[in-house]
Design a protein around this ligand. Structure first.
Ligand SMILES: C[S@@+](CC[C@H](N)C(=O)[O-])C[C@H]1O[C@@H](n2cnc3c(N)ncnc32)[C@H](O)[C@@H]1O
Length: 317
C-alpha cells in the first residue's frame, strides 16, 4: 500500500478528529468562507439529483445537508472517528436513515458499478491525499457518476503563498482566545515562527514543480510510529480540467473558494464576521468573486471543479 494512504489512514483515525473537524466553522473564518462556497455550489447543482456518493465525506458537512435536501447519500470515508461524528450529527438532524455510511479508501471503488450515483462529490481535498493515485481516483469517481461530478482538491497556486507565511492561519481566527488546540499553538508560537522563518526558494520551486506538500519527512515520522499530516498533492487548474476532460466530463466550471477573503487582514475579517448583515453581504460577494474562473487557482486551500457527465449510452434504471 502507498505511504500516502497509510499516512492518511493513521492521521484521520486519530480519536479527536471528528470532534475537531466538526468545529471548524466555529473557529476559523477561512472555513466559514470555504464551506459557504462549496455549499452554495452544491445547492445550485441539485436539479434532478436523487442519489449522491460523497467520497471522503468527513463529519458530514455535505452528506447531511444533501440528506436534508431529500437525497439518498452514500457517506464514504477512511476514518471511523469521522464517520462516528457524522452519524451523531445525522441523528440530530433526523436524516440517519437517508445516509449509508461506508468505511473505505477512495483508492478502491471497485464495489460500485458504473454510473451508480446521480452525483459524485468529494470536497475539501480527499483526492489530494491519494497521491500518487489521484488521477486514477478521479477517473473512478467519474466512472461511478451518472449526471454530475463536483470536486474540491488542494490548490497548488493557492498553497505556494504558505511557504512565505509561517503564520497564515492566524489571519483567520474568529477568536484568538478560543479553546482550540491549534489556535492555542499558533498564538503561543507566533513570534517563534516569525523569528525562525527564512524563505526557502528551493522549496517553493519544488512545490511549484512536483505539486507535493510532504514526503520523506512524513514517511520517516510515520515509520517512527507518529501521525504526520497527509502527503498532499496540489493541482493546477488546467491540470484538474484536463483530467476531468479526458475522462469525458463536459462543461467544466472551475472556482477558487477563499480567493477574495485571503486578501483581507484579520482585524477587518473579524469585524465583518461579527456583524450579521455585513457577514451575509460579504459571503455573497466572496461567492461571486471566487466563482470567477480567473481567480480559481488562488482559492484558500481548495480548487473546485463542477462538471457534467453526458453519457453516449442512455442509462436505464
Ligand atoms: C478535510 S476532510 C473533508 C471532509 C468533508 N469532505 C468536508 O468537506 O467536510 C478530508 C476527509 O477525507 C478523508 N480521507 C482522507 N484520505 C482518504 C482516502 N484515501 N479515502 C477516503 N477518505 C479519505 C478523511 O478521513 C477526512 O474525513
Amino acid at each position: 500500500m502507498d505511504y500516502s494512504r497509510k499516512i492518511a489512514e493513521r492521521q484521520w483515525n486519530l480519536p479527536d478528529k471528528g470532534e475537531l473537524e466538526s468545529r471548524r466553522e466555529a473557529t476559523y473564518i477561512d472555513d466559514i468562507i470555504q464551506k459557504g462556497h462549496l455549499q452554495r455550489k452544491l445547492l445550485e447543482n441539485l436539479d434532478g439529483i436523487k442519489t449522491v456518493f460523497d467520497g471522503g465525506a468527513g463529519c458530514g458537512r455535505f452528506s447531511i445537508l444533501l440528506a436534508k435536501q431529500g437525497c439518498r447519500v452514500t457517506h464514504f470515508d477512511i476514518s471511523q472517528p469521522m464517520i462516528d461524528k457524522a452519524k451523531e450529527l445525522a441523528e440530530k438532524e433526523n436524516v440517519l436513515d437517508q445516509i449509508t455510511f461506508v468505511r473505505g479508501a477512495l483508492e478502491d471503488l471497485r464495489a460500485y458499478a458504473d454510473r451508480s450515483f446521480d452525483l459524485v462529490i468529494s470536497f475539501d481535498a480527499p483526492v489530494s491525499y491519494t497521491w500518487p493515485n489521484q488521477e486514477k481516483v478521479i477517473a473512478e469517481l467519474v466512472r461511478i457518476a451518472r449526471k454530475r461530478i463536483m470536486l474540491s482538491v488542494s490548490s497548488r497556486l493557492g498553497s505556494l503563498p504558505y511557504l512565505a507565511n509561517p503564520i497564515q492561519k492566524n489571519q483567520f481566527f474568529l477568536d484568538e482566545q478560543a479553546d482550540d488546540p491549534f489556535v492555542r499553538w499558533c498564538v503561543e508560537n507566533r513570534e517563534k515562527m516569525i523569528e525562525g522563518f527564512r524563505f526557502d526558494k528551493a522549496h517553493a520551486e519544488q512545490l511549484w514543480t512536483d505539486g507535493l506538500m510532504g514526503g520523506e519527512a512524513e514517511i520517516a515520522e510515520y515509520e517512527r510510529g507518529g501521525a504526520p499530516w497527509c502527503i498532499t498533492y496540489t493541482f493546477l487548474p488546467d491540470e484538474l480540467e484536463r483530467i476531468l476532460a479526458v475522462n469525458g466530463v463536459k462543461n467544466i466550471r472551475l472556482s477558487g473558494p477563499g480567493a477574495y477573503g485571503r486578501t483581507i487582514p484579520r482585524e477587518i475579517l473579524v469585524k465583518i464576521m461579527n456583524d450579521p448583515q455585513q457577514r451575509q453581504d460579504f459571503l455573497d460577494f466572496c461567492y461571486r468573486f471566487d466563482s470567477n474562473p480567473y481567480v480559481c487557482g488562488m482559492g484558500k486551500d481548495n480548487l473546485m471543479a463542477v462538471g457534467d457527465i453526458i453519457s453516449e449510452v442512455p442509462y436505464h434504471a
